[in-house]
Write a protein that binds this ligand. Structure first.
Ligand code: SAM
Length: 263
């Protein structure tokens, strides 16, 4: 006998150990159905059986459910603002900057920050960049640092020459230089259930809130702000807004960059 999507979701939550209720459920249902079509899975019951018994299918479900798209200098004007305004101000004020990209997907975002800090001439003992994601597969890709051309469309020619080398066998794939790779520390973390480290000066949580319910978004904003230092910055994706930012002690300084002050 088949089961409803709601029953599927409750069983999948337990097997995958992910709080699916925090995500927009109509989207989770759409993504589940499109994967079922791709794998020719008859109904939700068969889908749950496969998630439980077939580790390859489980991995495919997780990959499909979490969209991993990312690119270097995504919304370049916001990164330019960060480079010209936010980072110089933080560098002047702080001895050591702590930056967290969460979720970081394939690493394009934290590596973009690493490139910017290198160009600002900040020595490596004056900053730490941490980057986390739920998906262990994508973190392996991030650590590898091999990117297809389409993730590099906002990277200027001079940056391409400085930080990337074309792969010798795969056409249109580029390796990020080790200099930049070693500036970022990666870690697997579920942002919904996981515990957060404290004391951050800049948190990037970009293109993730769009997948969450309003309640989960509100809960997570508060969770991020509870570990962000006062007078520090919170950077969202360009299509993600915080309505009534002052309710969270946030002040918008540019597009989707907010300054947090809880004094
Ligand atoms: C679209 S990517 C965002 C990447 C990057 N921040 C950017 O804007 O380019 C969304 C990421 O969220 C991750 N994700 C989904 N649910 C998560 C959770 N509960 N905890 C941590 N990461 C999660 C996915 O694995 C995916 O890599």
């Amino acid at each position: 006998m088949s089961i409803t999507f709601s029953e599927f979701k409750d069983q999948a939550k337990k097997i995958l150990n992910i709080d699916l209720d925090g995500y927009k459920l109509d989207r989770v249902e759409r993504r589940t159905k499109s994967l079922m079509r791709r794998y020719d899975v008859a109904d939700f019951k068969e889908c749950i059986n496969l998630i439980e018994s077939d580790s390859k299918f489980k991995e495919a479900y997780l990959n499909h459910f979490t969209i991993n798209t990312s690119e270097f200098f995504r919304n370049p004007e916001s990164f330019e603002f960060l480079k010209k305004n936010v980072l110089p101000e933080l560098i002047q004020r702080k001895n050591k900057l702590r930056i967290w990209s969460a979720p970081c997907s394939n690493g394009c975002e934290p590596y973009t920050l690493a490139i910017i800090l290198k160009e600002l001439g900040l020595s490596s003992n004056r900053f730490e960049i941490y980057a986390s994601d739920l998906d262990p597969e994508i973190l392996n890709k991030a650590k590898r640092g091999l990117y297809r051309e389409n993730a590099l469309k906002n990277v200027s020619d001079s940056r391409m020459r400085k930080y990337f080398t074309e792969d010798s066998s795969k056409e249109n794939f580029y390796h990020l230089s080790n200099d930049i790779k070693k500036m970022v520390n990666f870690e697997q973390k579920d942002l919904i259930n996981g515990r957060f480290d404290r004391n951050w000066d800049l948190i990037l949580s970009r293109n993730f809130f769009i997948y969450l319910t309003k309640e989960m978004k509100d809960q997570l904003i508060k969770k991020f702000l509870s570990v962000l230092n006062s007078d520090s910055y919170f950077f969202l994706g360009n299509t993600e807004y915080i309505f009534s930012a002052d309710k969270y002690n946030l002040k918008k300084v540019y597009q989707s960059i907010y300054k947090y002050n809880n004094n």
